[in-house]
Design a protein around this ligand. Structure first.
Ligand SMILES: [Zn+2]
Length: 229
């Protein structure tokens, strides 16, 4: 089945690139063959046509049926076209608006600046960013769904985290943005170095897209924490 999407308006940098190079059409309409010119008044009304994740053509505003036009409008509202990712077999993947299609691990500024923070997770530009601290419990990857756990385990190895015996509790708070989750140390409950309690902090307005990052039992605990507060 064909899928009709609306190309996003080019950003400033792209426009500068176009100005530097000789202006060429972005493509040609698959029905009437007219050229899609960058900078034209109808530029952002053109649809790109994809089949199985591959770009197969373009449709000018005049040639789009009302259904094709409406479908592209709806998708532009629901799908983040600004941050596509191309997978190993050349398919373009897009995330829902506010969601994520890929995982990036690395040092997170919050993890570096606050020793009480063991792990920070957030959605940015359709990517799930995860940062872990070297002093955390190496078993933390158990919290995550299969897709994420692989990345987290590799990162925990890289930073040299060691297995501990901490217990976990779940708390919903107003103090976090909806797109972030933190795993922090509960200092009050911390009796000795690696046997303290860790708290998974989620926002009361947490985006449901984040639940997919966690293993099913953990996602259930998060849902329960959201219900209880
Ligand atoms: Zn046309």
């Amino acid at each position: 089945m064909n899928c009709w999407t609306r190309r996003r308006t080019p950003g400033r940098e792209e426009k500068e690139d176009m100005a530097r190079t000789k202006v060429r059409p972005l493509g040609h309409c698959s029905r009437c063959t007219r050229a899609w010119w960058p900078g034209a008044s109808d530029e952002d009304q053109w649809n790109t046509v994809h089949k199985g994740g591959r770009l197969t053509g373009y449709l000018c505003p005049q040639c789009q049926t009302p259904e094709e036009n409406a479908e592209a409008e709806v998708k532009a509202a629901l799908v983040d076209y600004d941050h596509p990712i191309t997978d190993a077999d050349g398919r373009v993947r897009l995330a829902p608006r506010g969601g994520w299609h890929s995982v990036a691990v690395g040092t997170h500024s919050v993890v570096q600046s606050d020793p009480a923070v063991h792990l920070a997770l957030g959605i940015e530009n359709s990517q799930l960013h995860i940062g872990v601290a070297a002093h955390t419990d190496a078993r933390l990857h158990d919290l995550f769904s299969e897709t994420c756990a692989v990345h987290v385990r590799t990162e925990l190895d890289r930073v040299g985290a060691r297995p501990g015996h901490r217990t976990l509790t779940f708390t919903a708070t107003d103090g976090l943005p909806p797109t972030n989750v933190l795993v922090v140390e509960d200092r009050a409950a911390c009796t000795d170095g690696d046997r303290g309690e860790m708290v998974v902090l989620v926002s009361r307005q947490m985006t449901p897209h984040l639940l997919a990052a966690f293993a099913p039992p953990v996602a259930d605990s998060i849902r329960a924490a959201l219900r209880d507060t």
